[in-house]
Design a protein around this ligand. Structure first.
Ligand SMILES: [Zn+2]
Ligand SMILES: [Zn+2]
Length: 209
């Protein structure tokens, strides 16, 4: 059986590198969010996405919504949950999408998965490329896959362009908002982590001598 994938899903696949159920989940989430917010792909940072996963789905979200790491309108909260929020700066509207449980998840004690919620199930180990699962995710009614609800949230501030300052240890430019204080020196996170006053060129922090 051949199955034709939509052009925009293929764009996600081209960016991500492969086709997988996670990518399909992100695709459905992104499409649903744009519909819900009546929004277009973000040219700048009109939409802000907050995702609680850093898995495959995030790549489809970046391609379709234009919420990207580089523009600062994709915020990762690394909670390991297929939950994402989309907020529109234009309308002030927000939506939360949370993946419904499937048979894949191990239900906690007393939290058996309801039978109507196991439609994304399949047998066996985690499949990276299960085409039938991907197809199912692409075709199921959205409400079978996600719990979707309105949210009122404060929209994160726009990313600021800052003029870098120079780390007092490594002498490399660093954003002032990311500078840390280490033994009285203004240093980058790398140098602070290394916990050494000696820079890569052997130089010492001028404030400590
Ligand atoms: Zn993937
Ligand atoms: Zn440094």
């Amino acid at each position: 059986v051949t199955y034709t994938l939509s052009e925009d899903f293929m764009r996600c696949a081209a960016f991500h590198g492969h086709i997988c159920p996670g990518l399909a989940m992100g695709y459905r989430a992104a499409r649903a969010a744009l519909d819900y917010l009546k929004a277009q792909r973000s040219i700048d940072d009109e939409i802000v996405a907050i995702t609680e996963t850093d898995a495959c789905s995030v790549d489809a979200i970046q391609v379709l919504t234009g919420c990207t790491l580089g523009k600062g309108n994709l915020i990762l909260r690394d909670y390991g949950k297929m939950v994402c929020y989309f907020l529109s700066r234009n309308s002030g509207k927000g939506v939360r999408l949370a993946a419904r449980p499937t048979r894949l998840e191990r239900p906690g004690q007393g939290h058996e998965v309801a039978p109507e919620r196991i439609e994304l199930s399949y047998e066996g180990a985690y499949p990276e490329f299960k085409p039938e699962v991907t197809k199912e995710i692409l075709e199921l009614p959205i409400e079978k896959i996600f719990d979707i609800r309105d949210v009122e949230m404060e929209i994160p501030l726009r990313a600021k362009i800052e003029i870098s300052e120079i780390c007092e240890v490594c002498r490399e430019p660093v954003m002032p908002s990311k500078v840390l204080l280490f033994e009285g020196c203004r240093v980058c996170a790398e140098c602070a982590k290394a916990g050494t006053r000696a820079g890569q060129d052997g130089s010492e922090c001028p404030a400590v001598s």
